[in-house]
Design a protein around this ligand. Structure first.
Ligand code: TYM
Length: 336
């Protein structure tokens, strides 16, 4: 039997080249070898303020992008998180055995709560942003997933998931599989194009810092060509001293599947202009076919059918696990 994998992406904006390289590209490669579940983490996205119509669009858009990028619904179960209520049900049970200290240590919480408080837009931070890692643990543990393909920023959440699974198993007997992250060796952390010391993120207020998969193609080329690099003009991979150029070399390498050493060799002696121009072409060539498929899929009935079937399959498994958990904890009623 194939081993199971699960992963999700938040529907909090159009996904970026970072999401594509750190996560989606791997989903596509792994879909043949594993039983893969991929979902749209809409419940996670409401941990920060969202506008109703935009959220509805982003959910459907992400589902369409999964297919447009090459996820095959014949092989992969694709579903919307909020359409499988067992996620929130298990999440509550896990929250009750998650320690405050564990959640306080989560770097993503620290970063996001800081940026929300800074933005003045909403100085009050929702409790959901704090408890979110327990919901993420539920997303994974419901499905007996052995592996979770994610980018590097999710490593800490995966460690918490493993701890919560082990804690539950120790107290109640073997219930959950303790999952392992699968983090790509290259491209697990694509950096911002305007500040290469920070991660590329779809929620960055500076549009030039990230490439969205739905950006107009000329904009994509422009963003790559104007990405921040250094001024010494030497093509070399050195993330510490040349973070901007090293980030671009990483993107070049993962999209062409060529080694960084080989690319450095090719461009030795060339200026950054030629290198960036070629990279812009490569990124555009990667994204163009995705955009061509996207619009038709977004408007199709097929997408609804895929999501209906996905929710049904996910619910079936999730319900089985939830019932087992509730029973072990002693919730509900024992019939006479
Ligand atoms: P999210 O939506 O922030 O990101 C989705 C996936 O993309 C990866 N990623 C990146 N990889 C490389 N470079 C980047 N700059 C970059 N930015 C994002 C992330 O590591 C992730 O794999 N909490 C999760 C969503 C989630 C989830 C889950 C994932 C909810 N439940 C269960 C796995 C399993 C999140 O916020 O990802």
């Amino acid at each position: 039997m194939k081993k199971r994998m699960i992963s999700g992406i938040q529907s909090s904006g159009t996904i970026t080249l970072g999401n594509y390289i750190g996560a989606i590209q791997n989903f596509i490669e792994l879909q043949n070898e594993y039983e893969l579940f991929v979902f749209i983490a809409d419940l996670h996205s409401i941990t920060v303020p969202q506008e109703r119509k935009t959220l509805q669009h982003n959910i459907r858009s992400l589902a369409a992008l999964y297919l447009a990028c090459g996820l095959d619904p014949e092989k992969v179960t694709i579903f919307i998180q909020s359409e499988v209520p067992q996620h929130t049900q298990l999440s509550w049970i896990l929250e009750c055995s998650t320690y405050m200290g564990e959640l306080e240590r989560m770097t993503q919480f620290k970063d996001k709560s800081r940026s929300q408080a800074d933005s003045n837009m909403n100085a009050s931070i929702g409790v959901g942003l704090f408890t979110y890692p327990a919901l993420m643990a539920a997303d994974i543990l419901l499905y007996d997933a052995t592996f979770v393909p994610v980018g590097e920023d999710q490593k800490q959440h995966l460690e918490l998931t493993r701890n919560l699974a082990q804690r539950f198993n120790n107290k109640h007997g073997d219930t959950f599989i303790v999952p392992e992250p699968i983090i790509p060796t290259a491209g697990a952390r694509i950096m911002s194009l305007t500040d290469p010391t920070r991660k590329m993120s779809k929620s960055d207020p500076n549009q030039k810092s990230f490439i969205s998969l739905l950006d107009p193609l000329p904009t994509i080329a422009k963003k790559i060509k104007s990405a921040v690099t250094d001024s010494d003009g030497v093509i070399a991979f050195d993330p510490e001293n040349k973070p901007g150029l090293s980030n671009l070399l990483t993107i070049y390498s993962v999209l062409t599947k060529r080694s960084i050493a080989d690319i450095v060799l090719e461009y030795t002696g060339c200026g950054y202009g030629k290198f960036k121009g070629d990279l812009a072409d490569i990124v555009v060539q990667t994204i163009e076919p995705i955009q061509q498929r996207y619009q038709t899929i977004y408007n199709s009935e097929l997408l609804d059918n895929v999501l209906d079937a996905g929710a049904q399959n996910a619910q079936r498994l999730a319900n089985r696990k939830l019932t087992k958990v509730q029973n072990k904890v002693g919730l509900g009623r024992k019939r006479k």
